[in-house]
Design a protein around this ligand. Sequence first.
Ligand code: FAD
Length: 396
Amino acid sequence: MQNTVQNYDVVVVGGGPVGLATGWQAAERGHRTLVLDRYGFFDERGGTSGAERHWRLQYTQEDLFRLTLAARPLWHRLEHLAERTLIHHIGSLWFGDVDVDTNEGRIADTARVMDKLDVGYEWLGAREIERRYGFTALPDHYEGFMQPDGGTIDVRGTIAALYGLGQRAGCEFRSGERVLALEPDADGVTVRTGRQEYRAAKVVLAAGGHTNDLLGPLGAELDVKLYEMPLVSLRRRDERADFPFWFVFQQPTDEDTNLFYGFGRNPWSPGDLVRLGTVFEVNPLDHADRATGLPDPRHVGRVGEWVARHVPALDPTPVHTSACLAALPGDPGRQFHLGPVGHLVPHGEHIVVYSAGWGFKFVPLLGQICVDLAVDGRTAHDISRLSPSALREARP
Ligand SMILES: Cc1cc2nc3c(=O)[nH]c(=O)nc-3n(C[C@H](O)[C@H](O)[C@H](O)COP(=O)(O)OP(=O)(O)OC[C@H]3O[C@@H](n4cnc5c(N)ncnc54)[C@H](O)[C@@H]3O)c2cc1C
């Protein structure tokens, strides 16, 4: 252990995509910035494994919808600076039971928000969805929409772009360095790792499913639920078959939330496999370290069953499977915990937290907001509903 304390304007705990986006933008604004990760920066043990994520504008909640609209120009800027395409606009198809309430939102209500915000989409019935996209045997009452701006995000390309731009901006990165404790006081925060002690004016805590490891000892535990969700690769039977991103909204069964999704071919890595998954909020983990990286075989089986019934262009036998750790807020309507935690822990105004939710589509915006909050103490974006809320808290 070295004894000299190193000083930074901003220390970011967690080098997943949100931490990298924060580190890059803090350094770009001229702040002395350090990003620490317990593993490596391209590690897949956090909440970001797999090659792709869904990009969508639409949200049922208008404030979140406005945040995706705000994220869009930041993605364009990131793509421009990194000189590569990161969002591929293959479209976003939502269909199924239009009034069912899910963590993803509700179809009918979302269409109303698209009307209000003047975002274009096409409304489709079950037979038209089958005819255009190759699904079969959909229940007659299934309906939905195609939103053409939606699509798929290149996860590894984004991480490489953020890391490269961060390096160029002078951000320091240290991998293999786990933060063991945060000690906020009147002037800033002491950050203790297994190797070193740092002093930061502000800390951005972007540790994904591990956020409570560091907030818990301060007396506040965020209302976050942890699930391992399957990533399932299936082979296309016909090489011409392709899909937009699709998500099917269905009534829950007695055993699970009955929600399935899938991607088309990855434009950046062509092949005959496509990736599908479930959003089953069952069997929550009591700690992120309990994640195995292995999917529940029953959930993989449910993907195969749904595909066998409704997607004839795919072979339902999985070629690859894995699992990714999803951190979701206890209250699905809020989606995120985002903001300083001065209302939860003593001197928590020096710690800005981002955790939970389907956050990849917001990555450059989340980085910007975390820097706004850490450096300026405010942001122009409406995140009033997202302020971190705890199961228990220790107010000063
Ligand atoms: C199956 C699945 C599908 C998803 N689909 C979508 C989607 O389609 N669209 C979408 O927008 N979002 C989606 N998401 C969510 C999205 O992937 C995540 O919100 C996002 O990747 C999380 O990034 P992050 O940087 O916040 O966290 P993470 O990637 O989890 O990064 C946290 C980092 O913190 C590090 N860390 C933890 N504790 C410490 C510590 N004490 N000291 C130092 N480092 C530490 C970890 O090593 C890790 O690298 C999905 C998630 C899952 C699981």
